[in-house]
Design a protein around this ligand. Structure first.
Ligand code: AMP
Ligand code: GLY
Length: 445
C-alpha cells in the first residue's frame, strides 16, 4: 500500500461526504450527516430537487458505470466517506470497485448484497445458519413448482429470486393464484430476476424492521421501526415500497430484542464472517413476530425507505462517525446511539395511481408548514423550467415529525400534510395506528 493510500485509509477526515441515490432515504441521510461540524460538504449523486434544501448539500451528476471518470472526480473532490443508498449499485459491486480505489465506503460488496439480490441464496444462508425463517422451496421450472404448490396444505407465497423493486412478492389466497404468479414470473415478468422462484410457507404476525450498522465484524443497532407496506388504510390493497413508518416500535420488547440478537442478528453476522464476507454497511432485517417467535421475512443490504427518513431525525451528530467507523472496519461494538426522549413518525405522500401507473410533473404547493420537530424529505421531486417543485415519482414526499408521543407526532404530520398539495396527492390517514390512542367516537343514540 502506498503512503498516500495508507494515510487515506487511516485518517479520520470527514469533510466531504458522497451519498449515492435519489430518494427520500438519501435526503434524510444527508440531513442527519450535516449535523456534524466536521462535515463541510455533502454531495448527492444524483439526489433530487429536494436535496438542495439540505444544509451543506450539493447535487452532482456522474455516470456510475464509468468507473475511471467517477473515481477520478471523487478523488478530485477529496471524498472522505461514500454512503451507497440503493440496492442495485450495491448488488452490482459498486462498493467493491470504490473500495479497491481506496475510498471508505459504507455499503457491502456484491457478495454481502446477495442477501438481498438473491432470495434463494438468502434462504439457503438462513437454513445453513439455523436462523428462523419461513420454510421454502427453490424452484427452476413450472413443473417443479406445480408439484410443490399442490402438495402443500396451504397456498404458498411466491417470490422472484432477484431484485424486482419490491414488486416480486405475491401473497396468494389460493393454490391457483400461487401457480399463476409462478407462471408469470417464469414467463419473464421480472426478466432474469425471475429465472429462479422461491416458494414460501405463509407466516403471520406484525412486521418490524431492525437495522444493524456493521463494520465486517461488529455491529451497532439503530432504533427499530415499523413500516406500512400496503397502499390503503387498515393494511389493505397492494404492497408498496412503504407508505409510512414509526420508530421506535413498542412491538419490539426487550425479550424479543434479546432473542432476535441471539437467534438472528449474531448468527447472521457470524455466518457472513465464516463465508469471508466483509460486510461493511447496514444490514436490514425484515422480521415477522409470529406466534412461535420472530422470523426473518427478508434481508436487505441498505436502509429501508421510509424507515430511514423516520429514524434519521432521532440521530445525533455522531451518526456519521458511526458510518465512517463501519466503513473503516473499526467499530468498537459497544457504541451507544444517543436518542432524544422522543419518538418519530413518517407519512408518505404519493402520486395518484402509485404503486401502479401514475402521472408526474404536477406542481407542488406548500402552505404554512410548522417545521419545529418536523422535516420534509423529498422522495420524488424535480424542478420545472420556472424552478417550481413538481412531482417526479410514485412516492413524492416524506413528512416526518418527532414528539413526546405518537399521537402528537402524527397529529402534526397530518396537519402539515394538509398544507401541501399537488394534483392527485394520496396518503394513508392511519399511519401509526398501532401506536396511536384511538379517540372514542361519541354515539348520538
Ligand atoms: P419482501 O419483499 O420479501 O419483504 O416481501 C414483501 C412483503 O410480503 C413482506 O413485507 C410481507 O408483508 C410479505 N411476505 C413476504 N414473505 C412472506 C411470507 N413468507 N409469509 C407472509 N407474508 C410474507
Ligand atoms: N420499506 C421497505 C423497504 O425499504 O424495503
Amino acid at each position: 500500500m502506498s503512503i498516500n493510500s495508507f494515510n487515506k485509509k487511516n485518517s479520520s477526515k470527514l469533510q466531504n461526504i458522497l451519498i449515492i441515490g435519489n430518494g427520500g432515504r438519501e435526503n434524510s441521510l444527508a440531513w442527519a450527516i450535516q449535523k456534524n461540524e466536521l462535515v463541510k460538504k455533502i454531495y448527492l449523486l444524483p439526489g433530487n430537487a429536494g436535496s438542495k434544501k439540505i444544509n451543506k448539500s450539493e447535487r452532482i451528476s456522474l455516470d456510475l458505470n464509468n468507473i475511471k471518470a467517477l473515481t477520478s472526480k471523487l478523488k478530485y473532490l477529496n471524498i472522505d466517506l461514500i454512503v451507497i443508498g440503493p440496492e442495485t449499485p450495491l448488488a452490482e459491486g459498486l462498493g467493491d470497485v470504490l473500495r479497491k480505489n481506496n475510498f471508505d465506503v459504507f455499503g457491502p460488496g456484491a457478495d454481502g448484497a446477495k442477501l438481498e439480490s438473491s432470495k434463494s441464496w438468502a434462504k439457503e444462508f438462513m437454513k445453513e445458519a439455523n436462523i428462523p425463517t419461513a420454510n421454502f422451496w427453490k424452484v427452476e421450472s413450472l413443473k417443479e413448482a406445480k408439484e410443490i404448490i399442490f402438495r402443500s396444505p396451504n397456498p404458498l407465497v411466491v417470490k422472484a429470486d432477484g431484485l424486482a423493486s419490491g414488486k416480486g412478492v405475491f401473497i396468494p389466497e389460493s393454490k391457483e393464484e400461487s401457480l399463476n404468479a409462478t407462471e408469470e414470473i417464469f414467463k419473464g415478468k421480472f426478466g432474469t430476476a425471475g429465472a429462479i422462484v422461491v416458494l414460501e410457507e405463509k407466516i403471520e404476525g406484525p412486521e418490524v424492521s431492525v437495522f444493524a450498522l456493521c463494520d465486517g465484524k461488529k455491529y451497532v443497532l439503530l432504533p427499530t421501526a415499523q413500516d406500512h407496506k400496503r397502499l390503503n388504510e387498515n393494511d389493505e390493497g397492494p404492497n408498496t415500497g412503504g407508505m409510512g413508518a414509526y420508530s421506535p416500535t413498542p412491538l419490539m420488547t426487550k425479550i424479543h430484542l434479546e432473542s432476535i440478537t441471539k437467534e438472528i442478528i449474531e448468527p447472521t453476522i457470524n455466518s457472513l464472517l465464516r463465508k469471508n464476507i466483509d460486510y461493511k454497511g447496514v444490514l436490514y432485517f425484515g422480521l415477522m413476530i409470529t406466534k412461535s417467535g420472530p422470523k426473518v421475512i427478508e434481508y436487505n443490504c441498505r436502509f429501508g425507505d421510509p424507515e430511514c427518513q423516520t429514524i434519521m431525525p432521532l440521530m445525533d451528530k455522531d451518526f456519521v462517525i458511526l458510518l465512517q467507523k463501519c466503513a473503516k472496519g473499526n467499530l468498537v461494538g459497544n457504541e451507544k446511539i444517543r436518542i432524544p426522549n422522543k419518538v418519530s413518525g413518517c407519512v408518505i405522500a404519493t402520486s395518484k395511481g402509485y404503486p401502479h401507473n401514475y402521472e408526474k410533473g404536477f406542481p407542488i404547493t406548500y402552505g404554512n408548514i410548522d417545521f419545529e420537530d418536523c422535516q420534509i424529505f423529498d422522495s420524488g421531486t424535480s424542478l420545472n423550467s420556472d424552478s417550481e417543485f413538481i412531482t417526479n415519482g410514485g412516492r413524492v414526499l416524506s413528512i416526518v415529525c418527532q414528539g413526546k408521543d405518537f399521537n402528537k407526532v402524527f397529529e402534526k404530520a397530518y396537519k402539515n400534510l394538509k398544507e401541501i398539495s399537488f394534483e392527485g396527492i394520496n396518503y394513508r390517514k392511519d399511519i401509526g395506528h398501532q401506536v396511536r390512542i384511538k379517540k372514542m367516537v361519541k354515539r348520538s343514540n
